[in-house]
Design a protein around this ligand. Structure first.
Ligand SMILES: [Zn+2]
Length: 185
C-alpha cells in the first residue's frame, strides 16, 4: 500500500506532466487569495501573496570551459596541476595541494563510486528518477571525484568501488544536471 508521501509525490508528478510549472504557481497564488484574502503580517500590515519573476545571467568564471564542453560536446573536462600533476575533477583553476596553476584535460566517462547515498525524495527535476543515488564519482583517470546523481538501474544500494558510466542529456543547457552517472551492468 502506498504511503501518503508516495501519493503526494504521484499527484505532483501528474500535475507537472499535465501543465507548466508557471501555471501551477499561478493556481497556488489564486487559491491562497480565495481562501485567505486578508492575511495579516507582523504589525497587522495587510499582505497578499504574489510572485516575482527575474531574468538574469551568472558567470561560471574560471570553471567556464567545464560547462561549455559539457553543453557543446557532451565531454567532461578536469584540470591537471602543472606542478604536481594531480588531475582534478571537478576542475580547479589552481591546485588544492600545491596552489599551482592547472591546465584543462578531458577525463574519462568511465568512473568509480567512492561513496553514495540513496534518495527517495526529489525536486521537480528528478521526480521521475526516484529512487536515485547521489555520490562521489572519480573518473578512472582522475585523482579526485565529483558529487553527482547516479542512476540505480533497479538497485537500491551502491557499494564503493562500483563502476559507472557518464550519461548526457540530449538537450544540454550548460548546467551540472546535463549529465549523470549510471551503474555499469
Ligand atoms: Zn599541484
Amino acid at each position: 500500500m502506498k504511503s501518503s508521501t508516495d501519493k503526494a509525490r504521484d499527484t505532483i508528478k501528474k500535475e507537472l506532466k499535465s501543465k507548466p510549472l508557471e501555471s501551477i504557481i499561478d493556481e497556488i497564488i489564486e487559491e491562497k487569495l480565495n481562501h485567505d484574502p486578508s492575511i495579516l503580517g507582523q504589525g497587522n500590515y495587510f499582505e497578499i501573496p504574489d510572485k516575482l519573476v527575474m531574468f538574469y545571467k551568472y558567470s561560471y568564471g574560471g570553471q567556464s570551459r567545464f560547462f561549455s564542453e559539457l553543453k557543446e560536446h557532451a565531454e567532461l573536462y578536469g584540470s591537471k596541476c602543472l606542478s604536481c600533476g594531480i588531475l582534478h575533477f571537478p576542475p580547479r583553476t589552481h591546485c588544492s595541494e600545491c596552489y599551482s596553476e592547472t591546465k584543462w584535460q578531458k577525463v574519462s566517462n568511465e568512473g568509480i563510486v567512492l561513496s553514495s547515498t540513496t534518495s527517495w525524495y526529489a525536486t521537480s527535476d528528478f521526480f521521475d528518477k526516484v529512487p536515485y543515488a547521489v555520490g562521489y564519482i572519480k573518473p578512472i583517470d582522475a585523482d579526485t571525484g565529483i558529487l553527482q546523481r547516479i542512476d540505480l538501474v533497479g538497485r537500491e544500494i551502491i557499494e564503493p568501488g562500483t563502476k559507472v558510466t557518464a550519461k548526457f542529456k540530449e538537450k544540454r543547457k550548460g548546467v551540472v544536471s546535463d549529465f549523470w552517472y549510471e551503474i555499469k551492468v
